[in-house]
Design a protein around this ligand. Sequence first.
Ligand SMILES: Cc1ncc(COP(=O)(O)O)c(C=O)c1O
Length: 416
Amino acid sequence: MPADIGIPASPFAAYPQLVITELDSRVAEWRADTEGCANVVHFNNAGSSLPPRQVLDAVIDHLRLEARIGGYEAAGQAASSLAEVPASIAALINADRSEIALVENATRAWDMAFYSIPFVPGDRIITGVAEYASNYLAFLQLRAQRGVEIVVCPDDSTGQIDVDALERLCDRSTRLIAITHVPTNGGLVNPAVEIGRIARAHEILFLLDACQSVGQLPIDVEAIGCDFLSATGRKFLRGPRGTGFLYANRTTTAGLHPPFIDLHAATWTGRDEYHLATDATRFENWESFVAGRLGLGVAAEYALAIGLDVIEERILQLSSCLRSELAAVPGITVRDKGVRQSGIVTFSHDRVAPAAIRDALRLRSINTSVSDRASTRLDFDGRGIQDVVRASVHYFNTEDEVATLIAAIREIVGAP
Ligand SMILES: Cc1ncc(COP(=O)(O)O)c(C=O)c1O
């Protein structure tokens, strides 16, 4: 993990020539694996990344097999590969395969964890300013239904969760700390390890939304000490859409019952009884996008083969370069905060609206997205921001693509 996340003058200034050459050939390899690189300049990896061909092949091959021999029969034929998917995901976050539930997306993973907690009136949930909308909506629902209290931990002066304030907020009625690791609307990485230390010290459940961090930086659930972690397939992990997973610590979450179950999560053992699966599969459901699951496993293996340290370092080079280039464009304000930063780069212009910038970029085959206040209302309201352009880089992007993006933005906003 890079110790210094400052902005270098040039993305590879710190690298000797030999390393540049090696890196160039690896980037060329990653791009050759990525069909979309020939069509678009893709800076929407926080939305949905471009999959490598290995992922695409796994999905399409399985769909073809289903069409040829039947869906159940195809799943039977792929049984050994399917059985390895949880192991690949577990390796990605240093978990045990029995702690992984494969589900449809990050929201479903998060919900299965959240709604398994038997909150009672007066329980407190501590969350962060930049918590994702769907999570906050669930807090509001439980506040209305069960009388829980929502406590928002402030950010510190750098913009990340204020861990000293968090420590002070923890009390005997705090039932859950639910934090987003990398917020959807800005480039910071919240201090998950410090938050986990506080949660453990106070014996409070810790649910980490790692939707934007899995696939872009190393994650170790043991070091973090979270009880649950939710993630999606399609973003920085470069897996198929409609896939996600939940990590549920086998010891600390063992007593938690999923909010709903089916004949996969539990076995109907007698007229009036059932046995719940004892591993994390109790959070899954029977019917699934089998081809997608296979693709998700391949995506995890692909990321592991590159190395999450390498991925993070490369992303930081490109995102730092992009931030400094953006800051030099008249009228542009880079909106990212935090001590440790990620591949999500957000900015706005003093005259041209974010949606207009995104749409004009799209016409030039450059993909970005817009984060608006509906996804992180507390944070944007606190900063007086309506929306921002989000340009999210991945390791297969290039410094030429950064230059292309900057030139296009200058043209769109009429900057010299
Ligand atoms: C921080 C964060 N959490 C959760 C989600 C929801 O993920 P999904 O759409 O896979 O349910 C998103 C999606 O953008 C996100 O950015």
